[in-house]
Structures are given as structure tokens and as C-alpha cells.
Design a protein around this ligand. Sequence first.
Ligand code: BGC
Length: 744
Amino acid sequence: MALHAKKPSRVSSGFLAALLFVVLILVMAIFERGRSLALAETPSVHGPWMDKTLSPDRRADLVLQEMTLDEKIALLHGNGMPGWPRAVPHANPYLGNGGAGFVLGVQRLGIPIIQMSDAAYGVRSSGENGRYSTALPSNVAAAASWDVQAACAYGALIGRELRAQGYNMSLGGGVNLTRDPRNGRTFEYMGEDPVLAGTLVGDRVKCEQAQHVIGDMKHYALNDQESGRNEVNAIIGKRAMRESDLLAFQIGIGIADPAAVMCSYNAVNGDYACENKYLLTDVLKKDWNFKGFVVSDWGGTHSTEKASAAGLDHEEPMDDFFGDKFKQTVEAGKIPTAELDDHVHRILRSEFASGIVDDPVKKSVVDVEGGLEISRHIAEQSIVLLKNDRGILPLDRAKLHSIAVIGPNADTSMISGGGSAQVDPPGHGATKWKEHVWFPSSPLKAIARKTPGATVEFDSGADPAYAAALAKRSDVAIVFAYQWTSEDMDLPNLSLPENQDAMIEQVAAANPQTIVVLETGTAVTMPWLNAVRGVLEAWYTGSQGADAVANILFGEVNPTAKLPMTFPRSEADLPHPQLATPPPEERGRRRSGEAKPTFEVHYDEGLKVGYKWYDAANKPVLFPFGFGLSYTTFGYSGLRVSTGSETTIGFTVKNTGSRAGEEVAEVYATLPASAGEPPKRLVGWDKVHLNAGESKEVSVPVKTFYLSIYDEASDSWKLVPGTYKFMVGGSSQSLPLVENVNLK
Ligand code: BGC
């Protein structure tokens, strides 16, 4: 009877659903038509600028001569993004690809639309495209590999997947230094050292661009905290910034020759980064000879004339200042044509140099299997073994009968980093802003696969007493602890959220055979450290995280990663124990061109970022920069420093343990006292593969520039004559080889 009564409404709801479905298909078809228009190959054009034998600069000049003022202005701004409050009226129909921005091309001259997508650790916005992207380990994880080949594989994968999804410009390449580990975007950057971060971001972007996409480095510069990022004015001395944050960009740009650099939201020494002449023109374009274009962060443009004169080439995501206003200012003679043409030239040049004109993007299918393989391999090289008391790891499966897998979602998935970097997990659809996104990579299943003979049980840890009881009846407890971070927020502190510290303490008290696997985007404090036997820093591990972790836990892979940032003992030891925050009325304001700097952060620690700060202040740390254990051990001997036009550091590394492994051998230098520098700086490294008992001679060339200081008086880099101490070893605090040499 009840069934009968419901019948009519079932029919009508079924009909409604069918109708809705048809409407949905129609709407999608209309959108898809817009998109295919956007992606359609620009008709073949036979101008002299299509001659591939000419230089990108020459080709840009030749097109530029043909362009009208309106066509030039069209290249200077974006045309909106999904969800942005106002759309540009003349960009109709919507020609975007669902990404963060797009720039109209010049069809009649064969200049394609630039389709941009965020791509920090994988291609974002794939969900909106109904497509799939590989999530790589977060950028800070990739930095922990200290591996230039891994950085290259990382960039190449993103470049391929961008193109497969119809994008020809990447917004990845974050390289702000970890000046404060509470910065919510630390996971998107490459750690605290300019030489390490700059080298790795350089290799990443170089290989990304080799796939024929426009590569980008960001956020230039000193966007080192997210709190009040649109209102904060970062105050810092010239030498300090040149030897820290700017040096990372300088090195990266030198390696990759990126087509674009994104200026940041914050102000630096009074001027917004996107209208800061010192940053954009004096340093980036003149001193570093950057040939690409400067793109504003989204809503980070604050003026027309001032920004243009300072060196901003392109506004995103709209045309508030670089559209009609720009045209009127040119027509009024307030922006010289040469200045306009320089912006346009830089954009065109980048399009030719990156290959997006000669090799237009065509949508295709992402290599899912290949991507998973690369993601897992990089994760395995990124996971840092922080503690291995009495060799509890690798776990011996022959001796394990019962394993407790504990932690939030450890039965199903692993956490990822949020904000514009967020990659949509398969089957999830488009993720929401600041959603905690867990990737379907199950630690429980990965561990169970390794141990078919053992009982593997799960507890979420929500009730620590349950978790402790499970740990007590198991041979070993593996706790997966997480910390979620995102763009547009900083962490209030470095503690694990959700009572996880107390949970770990209770688990370890119930069973000392406890191993903690950290899924974090930055450093965390570890009040339970002495109570547990093992700790792995797995970071945000990407699509294949659980398998990578399991391979390390059970010894299929010998860990090789080293920390690219210091883990402090407490927030009290940071250069700024209290984060600078905006005045209350400014909090939560939406980014916009009208924002004004309303508060300052004084980076008085200057160039002493990360270990340089702790070294100089003589503060003990939880885990030092460059630290990471292996399942084997290494010995160092025979330091030889040779000087000349370049300094070369030679030494021998020996695998003194009983299994093959890889050692990141680090070289630091102490400058002469008169240089007034912190106690040491990283100047080079090598990653050496060694079989058990094997020795290898290693030779690390050190650029004179890496030994120099920035001299404000002459605005140049100078080598201070005197005694240099070179130190070599396996972490910034374990440097057994030392030699002093005199350099002139
Ligand atoms: C972020 C950029 C990002 C842009 C586009 C901004 O909020 O700071 O890193 O590329 O949005 O999504």
C-alpha cells in the first residue's frame, strides 16, 4: 500500500531528473563549445614572425609592428576566472579553460590564447574540466629530495599534464623562503635556503617549460606570511633581501629563464610588490636581465601608471588597471609607447620562446599510470627519516604478527595542501576553497599489502583510549598524524591539531614500539618525541603517498631525504615569536586593487633565515636543516679544497653500513669575520649512490657568487678577501670535514 501511494511521485521525480539531465547536457555543450573555441588551433598565419629560425625577440618585434593599440592592450590583462566577482564584458563568450586566467590572443596574427592554470604540485582545476591530474608530493617535499633530477621530473610531469588539459601556462614555481614556518604556504615553497630552493625551483621550471608551456616563478617577493597578505608592508634592508629571498629567485631565474614571474600581494619597503620599481625593474629586469613578463598576483595590481612604470607587464585576473584605463593613459601621453611596447614585447617573446606558438596545445589524455609512478618515486625520495631508535625501521615483517594503524583517515587517505595549489583528487569533482582534501591513498591498505601474514587493525585516534588499547595489543603501532595548511592563512602555532599530540603520547605509553608518520606541510613540534621509537616526515605525499611510506617502513626503499627547513623546538625560538597580523578591521578583507598597506612586518632577522638564525642566536633546534637518516651509515674523509676561478670541494664518502643507500653530502662555508655573516651558509651538495662498503670521490664546484656578499654601497656582489672555512657532512649540524683556505 505504502509502495503504491509513492508511485506517482516517483514517476514525476524520474521525469524531472531526466529533464534536468537533458538541460545539463545542453548547458555543458554550450560551455564546451566555448572551450573548444578557446583551444582551437589559431588559424595558420604566414607572417615573417612565424619563421622559427629567428630569435624570440626578433619574432616578437615583427608581430608588434603589426598590432593595433587595442590588440596590444588585450595582451596586458586577464579576462576573469571562474568565481571572480566581475567578468570582463568583452570576453564573451567565455573563452577560458576553467583555469585561473586567460589572455586573449591575436588570431589574425597567429598569437594563441594563453590559458593559465595553477600548478604548484599538479594541475589544479582539473575537476572543473572533468579531467584528471596527478598530485605530486608538495613542493617542500620535493625540496627534501635535494635532487635536481627529481625536480626536473616534477616539472616535466606538470608541463605534460597542463598541455593534456588544454593549458599553456603554469602558475607553479613558488620559491618564497621559509622565513616563518607558520606561513600557510610553506608546503608550496622549497624551504629556507636560497641556494637549495633556487636550484631546485630552477630545475623544476626549466623542465616544465621544455614541454612547451609558459613557466612562472612566484611570489616575487617577500610574501613570507599569509596573514594580511594584501595589507602587509615587509620592511627589510637591501643586502638582507638580496642575500635571502631575492637570491632564491635570482638562482632559479638563472637556471630556468622562466617566461613569467608573478609579483606578490604584499608591499616591500613601502611599495606594493607589483608596483615596486626596485624589485621589478632595477633588480629583476636590469640586474638579472630577466627577459620574460611580470604578471600580477590575482588582484595584486594597484595602479596603472605607477605599476607600468615600475615594470608590471600584465594584470590578472581582470582589467581594472591594465585595460581601458591603460589605453586612456597611453592616449593621454602619460604612458610612453615605448613602455607599452616593452610590456607587449615581453609577453610575445615569452610565447615564442616557450614554444606555445609553434607547438599549440591540444587536449589529450593524461598518462595516469606513468604519473602515479613518478609521483610515488618522488615521494620516496622526499620522505625524511627523523628518528630510528635502535633500528626499529625498517620493520621486519617476519617478526610482526599484529600492527596497529592509527590516525585520522589512516584507513582511507592522506592529507593534501590547500588553496590555489590544491589538486582535485580523482572522483572528487572540483574542490572548494579551504576544504580539507584527503587523497585516496590508504596507509592501512598499503601496510596490509606488505604484511599478508599479520593482523592489521585501524583506529582513528579520535578517542585516544581506544587507540592506546589497540596499540597495547599490537606488536607495533604506526600513527599517521596530520597538519593541514593552506594559502590565505597562517598556522597559529606548530602543534599538531585535533589533540593528536596527546593521542600519540597515550599510544606510545601503551606501546613504546610506536612509529609516527607525519603528514605535514611545514615543521611541527613533537612533545612526544622521546616516547616514540621512529619518526618519518612524509609531508603531503601526493597521489601515491601511502605506497611510498609503506615502501620506506618495510625497507623496500632506503630513505635519502634531508630537511629543507629547520624544525624548531618551539615557536618561542622563531625570529618573530608573535606573527604580525593586520589591524582587526582589515582581517578577512578580500584581496583587491584598492587595498592599502596598513601594517608592517619588520624582517629584522634580515638574511638570517632558517638555520642561519638559529646558528647566529645559538639556539638548539629539534631537527636541523639538512638532517635526515638512512638505513645505512656514511663516513666522510679526505677533504681537499682547490681554489682558482672557481672553488672546488673534493672529499670521499663511504657507505659504512650493510645496505646500499644514497647520501646527500652537504658543503657549507663560513665567511671571513669581516663579512659580518651568520656562522655558515650552504654553498653546494651532491647526492651520491653507494653500495654497502663502497666509497666515492665527490667533487662539488662552488660558484664564487655563492661565497660573496651583497655590497649595498656599490650595488654589487663582492667576495670578501680572507679566510674561508669549508665544512662537509650529512647535515648542517654534522660536519666532520673542515678546512680553512684563503680567498682573495
Ligand atoms: C595566489 C596565486 C595563484 C592565483 C591564481 C592567488 O590567490 O596567490 O599563487 O596563482 O591566486 O589562482
